[in-house]
Design a protein around this ligand. Structure first.
Ligand code: GLA
Length: 680
């Protein structure tokens, strides 16, 4: 179990370093991430290099038994680079450059930045690749975090190269993007730009490709640096810290290239859904590399400083959130950062060693946590623990939230709603793209899978044929990978398995006049382009009741579908599709395929899920999961956590790790957790 933090010794005089190492030993720190923002110290001017300080601190840490996760230090380019090479600067949608003075102002596509970064990484890898204290490589930092999109000339040029590779010819691009519409036909790739500022809805296929391009560009930075590290003969695992469900980076496509998945997670203390949001993030990163543990590379010991207001964690919360990570697959618990900065933009951010020193609750909790982690035996690898696959797909995310659609929706939140309903029942879930749904799962739920690739459709269909239970919909199987309608209507790929044909979307939004009334005083025409119709983001909007074997209400859409060859499990009792099927089921191959023509609301989701779990023969880990309690399985390890603010009685199988005592039925105090050995 790794335990530690980002360590920025270059922000401090050297005489503090020995004290740092002594305190690290006291806290049980095993590993620190070093040098993440040290470029301007390592290369103070174009022709000057200074590695002596880094030699000294790595040696000191190593002598103290602390391993180093060595950063490639490229996350913030030194100011001299802006003046010497202005072409390294990224640009916003209007083409204006970002400037230094914060961090991550460079264009990841800039050949100059890539050349200068490569030189730094090569020197680091050659110098430290065989240092026994270096245990891992930390490429850059949170790739794409602040700079999600880059519209610089460097990005423009790289986008054209990327398109050339994808399409081979401008004719193929014209076809994929549907440029016959609105006179967008290109004569050559030199006429194509990233989707910069435009007066109205931009070509959705172009926007989608640009998002793919940005994600691939950040991945390319990682691959470049990994290649350099390997070329220097450095054998350590190479990683880069992810950010969970981070919209701009398709981590599912990155994961095969990354030796160990590492993730940063900063739950919002004011988020009432916090424990579900974090459970979702942990499940997502665990699912990226099935069967392998991951490392929580950053969390805060206490408050962050970058939200509008930044309350402290409640006592015990840090340990409970840590237990959640371990229960859901983490083999390393690290923080941002070791010692609180005394200057700069993050000086109010918590750390393991706060500005107020070691008398603080934060320090004491960090030390207690270190002790508790050190006592843990070797934990089983997360394996085939999840009977349920919840389809979560970045390309679909980008496309389904595009402009000009029947209704606006928050894809992440909608997938999270399904996830939370499963977590409440103590059922483990993997979050995977459709292509990774296979016979190891018993139930697969694919909500709002608007963009469905051929391979994804084939995987979902063969999953059902092989005996799985699939629940699809609504707003699923609408476009191909280029965001174009397929020939033959909608549900063209999954329709045969579902036994359902599609007529119309029928969004559930409040009548336009209500919205206009709400916006009294606002100017603007009601024509195309005005935002006249309210968006039911987060479930706000009208609903439609459904009735039959299942009852409840649906939100977002009440699609009109024909159940040509499927059982009507429920029918719309109100709304725009009254009398039409709301939930259908069809036996297909050895499995069954359900279609939901609406998104069940917070109450209805329980009943629908119950029916799906029943069909798939899936049960939760505990007979009863009390409110506020979370249970997670990781091989033989069962983690039980009381996230609530009141004590709660829990009955669970297995024995406590450490003492071997049977757990039985016992009360867990608020934020208390237990690790149990509980073979299936
Ligand atoms: C991110 C960064 C860190 C630091 C923290 C603060 O995760 O990687 O450098 O800025 O946020 O919460």
């Amino acid at each position: 179990m790794l335990y530690g933090a980002d360590y920025n010794p270059d922000q401090w005089p050297e005489d503090i370093w020995p004290e740092d190492v002594a305190l690290m030993r006291e806290a049980g720190v095993t590993t620190v991430s070093l040098g993440i923002f040290s470029w301007s110290r390592l290369q103070p001017s174009p022709d000057t290099w200074d590695f002596a300080w880094l030699d000294r601190i790595i040696d000191l840490l190593h002598a103290g038994g602390i391993g180093v996760n060595l950063a490639t230090a490229t996350a913030s380019a030194p100011p001299w680079m802006t003046t010497a090479h202005p072409d390294i600067l990224a640009a916003d949608e209007s083409g204006s450059p970002y400037w230094h003075g914060s961090r991550q102002h460079h264009s990841p596509a800039s050949p100059t930045w890539r050349r200068l970064a490569a030189e730094l990484v090569r020197r680091l890898a050659e110098r430290y690749g065989d240092h026994p204290g270096v245990v891992m490589w930390h490429v850059d930092n949170e790739l794409g975090c602040h700079l999600n999109e880059d519209f610089s000339d460097a990005a423009r040029d790289a986008f054209r190269v990327w398109l050339e590779k994808r399409y081979g010819s401008v004719d193929a691009l014209n076809d994929a993007w549907g440029t016959a519409f609105w006179s967008q036909r290109y004569g050559s790739l030199d006429e194509v730009f990233p989707p910069r500022n435009a007066p109205f809805i931009r070509n959705p296929s172009q926007v989608l490709d640009y998002k793919r391009f940005m994600s691939d560009t950040w991945l390319d930075v990682f691959l470049d640096q990994k290649r350099i590290i390997r070329a220097a003969g450095a054998p350590q695992p190479v990683s880069t810290n992810m950010m969970g469900a981070f919209p701009p980076a398709d981590y599912a496509s990155w994961a095969p290239h990354i030796d160990v998945i590492t993730d940063d997670c900063y739950p919002d203390p004011l988020d009432p859904q916090r424990r579900f949001t974090t459970a979702f993030q942990r499940d997502l990163v665990r699912s990226l590399k099935r069967g392998q543990p991951w490392i929580l590379m950053e969390q805060a010991t206490d408050a962050v400083n970058w939200r509008p207001s930044n309350p402290s964690k409640m006592p015990g919360q840090l340990a409970a959130e840590t237990a959640q990570s371990i229960g859901r697959g983490a083999d390393g618990i690290m923080f941002f950062q070791w010692r609180q900065s005394r200057a700069g933009a993050e000086k109010f951010h918590s750390a393991m060693v706060p500005q107020a020193g070691t008398r603080t609750r934060t320090w004491q909790e960090a030390v207690a946590l270190g002790e508790r982690l050190a006592e843990l035996p070797e934990l089983p690898s997360p394996g085939d623990d999840a009977p349920v696959a919840l389809v979560f797909d970045w390309e679909n995310w980008w496309a389904v939230e595009g402009e000009g659609h029947p209704t606006r929706l928050d894809y992440l939140q909608l997938v999270r709603d399904w996830h939370a309903a499963l977590v409440c029942r103590g059922i483990m879930v993997d979050l995977v793209p459709p292509e990774r749904v296979d016979s190891r799962y018993r139930l697969a739920i694919a909500p709002f899978l608007y963009l469905l690739r051929d391979a994804g459709a084939a995987a979902l269909t063969s999953f059902v044929e092989g005996g799985g239970v699939l629940a699809a919909g609504p707003f699923t199987d609408i476009v191909d990978e280029n965001d174009r309608f397929r020939d033959g209507g909608f549900l063209t790929q999954l329709g045969p398995a579902l036994g359902v044909a599609f007529e119309d979307f029928r969004p559930l939004v409040p009548p336009a006049r209500d919205v206009v009334a709400e916006r009294a005083g606002e100017e603007g025409s009601a024509g195309a382009g005005s935002d006249q119709v309210a968006a039911p983001i987060g479930g706000v909007g009208a609903s439609a009741a459904f009735d039959g074997r299942l009852r409840g209400s649906g939100t977002f859409v009440a699609e009109a579908v024909w159940a040509d060859d499927a059982e009507e499990v429920a029918t719309f009792a109100s709304g725009p599709s009254e009398g039409r099927p709301a939930v259908t089921r069809r036996a297909h191959g050895s499995g069954s395929a359900w279609y939901l023509a609406t998104m069940p609301d917070a109450e209805a989701i329980d009943g629908v899920l119950e029916a799906l779990l029943d069909d798939a023969g899936v049960a939760g880990e505990l007979d009863d999961v009390p409110a506020g309690v979370e249970v997670a399985r990781r091989g033989e390890l069962l983690t039980v956590i009381n996230h609530g603010t009141e004590p709660v009685e829990v009955t669970a199988p297995g024995t406590l790790l450490g003492t071997g005592e049977a757990f039985g039925t016992r009360a867990l105090a608020p934020q208390e957790f237990a690790f149990l050995r509980a073979p299936r």
